[in-house]
Ligand binder design. Structure first.
Ligand SMILES: [Zn+2]
Length: 449
């Protein structure tokens, strides 16, 4: 049995972030004071936009055409997580853009992750490299994050960008190629104003977020400990920024049985499909809406022919949980289910299993510092005429990883959209400029703190 590292082995090293200094400590105390009355409140007031900020936002007002053009171009390049060539193509477009803005580029190696699978079905994951762009300056250190990959493989029927009025459609327009364009144009706006040069900003674009950041997690966590604030450009829905998120886990299970003729030697067969079916029912029954733990057997495959008892069957499972211990408990329950045999005498030894499990995203729990960042962003939005709400989400982002190691992170700064991970994915065109303005001002003010 092969198993990847889990959250249980990733200790949440808040100490690693102690270098932030007094400036941040006083912010923390102020925020703790403000929030101590009602838990969470949105009562931050930000100073009005100054001349430089008005210049930034009016430059961005003229950029919708360019932003759309870029988004169309990158949406039409397939960058499914396992399409290395497409992901690399996107990486080189962004590398070039960031280099032009004065960033130094480096590559963080992706790698191959081996997964158990039935003979003939190769589930090993070969991940493309990630890119790290950095520039040093004064003031607070900002870590900007985004993912280059989408969930749509090259053979998906959903491949092309289109637009109708204020709505755009296409794979990644909101998750999160739209967000990548928002991030880039916020930086371009600062650059236009001569304000980027003195800022300390790192951009990490990974290529495996949609499969759980399995190879980029270590880079994200490492960078998180070296910065003061984290900004993730995942999309927001209905103009709502996300405050807290569930933790995520995944599992891959393979059941091996014994092939036999379905007519001539039925009794001698050991059906892997039959055994997997028993296990699936038990795994699905772990869902408990009361506790918030949900399990989804999202993919199953197996068998060779109608008239052959199936020698092998496999399943890919998704897990969501509000608290760390629930994730650990769920993985233990998976292992118990997969360690037991339900369909044939247990001691026959003819049914064997392999499993791979991973708690790839801790739950994102709000802190006074992350609430400060969230409220500051909402207050800046108000100055820009953008009414932004707040909600929690069952979906995870890389912001959960960085926040868990102590970096206060806001993870829904991308374009506004809906229908992610489906062929209904769409985004609001006007949100591209809106969110770029929001980010440009936010980056400027955070860097000055
Ligand atoms: Zn995403």
């Amino acid at each position: 049995m092969k198993r990847m590292s889990s959250d249980a082995t990733h200790s949440k090293s808040l100490d690693a972030h102690n270098a932030i200094g007094l400036r941040k400590t006083s912010l923390l105390l102020l925020s703790a004071f403000l929030f101590s009355f009602s838990g969470y409140a949105q009562d931050t007031v930000e100073p009005s936009l100054n001349t430089e900020e008005l210049e930034l936002t009016s430059w961005l007002d003229s950029q919708e055409g360019n932003m759309l053009e870029m988004l169309e171009r990158i949406t039409n390049i397939n960058s499914g997580s396992l399409n290395k060539q497409g992901v690399n193509e996107l990486a080189s477009i962004f590398s070039e853009e960031l280099q032009q803005l004065g960033f130094s580029l480096s590559t963080l190696p992706g790698e191959v992750i081996e997964m158990p699978s039935c003979p003939g079905s190769d589930y090993n994951i070969d991940v493309a490299d990630h890119i790290l762009a950095s520039k040093s300056g004064s003031g607070a250190k900002l870590l900007l994050m985004g993912h280059l990959d989408t969930v749509f493989p090259p053979d998906s029927p959903f491949q092309k960008f289109s637009r109708e009025g204020d709505t755009m459609y296409g794979p990644g327009v909101s998750d999160m190629k739209g967000g990548l364009v928002v991030m880039l144009y916020a930086l371009k706006a600062l650059n236009e104003n001569g304000e980027l040069e003195d800022k300390s900003i790192t951009v990490l674009l990974n290529s495996d977020e949609e499969i759980g950041s399995l190879t980029s997690r270590k880079y994200l966590e490492e960078q998180a400990t070296m910065h003061d604030w984290g900004l993730v450009y995942e999309s927001s829905g209905n103009n709502r920024l996300t405050r807290e998120r569930k933790g995520l886990g995944q599992a891959r299970f393979v059941v091996h049985g014994r092939a036999s003729h379905a007519g001539g030697a039925h009794k001698q067969g050991r059906s892997a499909i039959k055994e997997l079916a028993y296990k699936i029912v038990q795994i699905e029954n772990m869902t408990d809406y009361e506790t918030g733990v949900t399990v989804n057997v999202g993919v199953v495959s197996g068998g060779e022919a109608r008239n052959t008892i199936a020698p092998c069957a496999e399943a890919l499972i998704d897990l969501r949980y509000p608290e760390a211990q629930q994730g650990i408990d769920a993985i233990a329950q998976f292992e118990e289910i997969f360690g037991s045999v339900f369909s044939y005498p247990v001691d026959s030894g003819e049914i064997t299993t392999q499993s791979w499990t991973n708690l790839h995203r801790p739950a994102k729990i709000a802190t006074p510092e992350s609430d400060y960042l969230l409220n500051k962003t909402i207050a800046i939005g108000r100055l820009l005429g953008q009414e932004l709400g707040v909600s929690d989400s069952g979906g995870g982002t890389d912001g959960s990883l960085t926040q868990a190691v102590g970096l206060p992170t806001l993870d829904s700064l991308g374009s506004d959209g809906s229908g992610a991970h489906s062929n209904r994915e769409q985004g609001r065109v006007s949100s591209l400029v809106e969110r770029a303005k929001l980010s440009a001002v936010l980056i400027r003010r955070l860097a000055a703190e």
